[in-house]
Design a protein around this ligand. Structure first.
Ligand code: HEC
Length: 119
């Protein structure tokens, strides 16, 4: 009688484990979520300037010449739009704030593309 109970529990546990294996996100998926994906948009330079003026120049200077944050006038020769998107979305070091909760993804992508053209 007890054997039956034990094997019953075992079967249920196995079934549960199998379900978990398929429902929990795999390692690949988790890694993808950590790396922000830049949405595909077309650059709107005017909007980018407005967004940057409102959010970035307090630290990076009104001509992006630098201040509390580094000079961004030639940032496009160092970083790609995707890299810029990642930095702006997630922040950098302890000083550069993350903007993913403050700006829309499209807005971040737009300023990333705008900055990527600054060479
Ligand atoms: C509170 C001040 C502050 C604000 C606001 C700010 N930044 Fe920064 N930013 C920094 C600092 C400080 C660093 C340097 C971080 C480090 O390298 O550790 C930095 C770094 C960066 C870098 C990386 C530069 C490099 O050479 O690697 C980029 C790109 C950048 N900021 C873009 C932006 C944009 C775009 C905005 C507006 C959406 C913005 N920042 C707003 C302070 C700020």
């Amino acid at each position: 009688m007890q054997k039956w109970i034990m094997s019953g529990i075992l079967i249920v546990a196995c079934a549960f484990a199998a379900v978990l294996m398929f429902t929990l996100p795999g390692k690949d998926q988790v890694a993808q979520e950590e790396k922000p994906q830049m949405p595909e948009i077309t650059l709107n330079a005017e909007q980018a300037e407005t967004t940057v003026k409102a959010n970035c120049i307090s630290c990076h200077g009104d001509q992006l010449q630098g201040g509390a944050g580094p000079n961004l006038q030639k940032i496009g020769s160092e970083l790609s739009a995707e890299q810029l998107f990642g930095i702006i979305a997630k922040g950098k070091g302890g000083m550069m704030p993350a903007f993913k909760d403050k700006l829309k993804e499209d807005e971040i992508a737009n300023i990333a593309m705008w900055l990527a053209e600054k060479k």
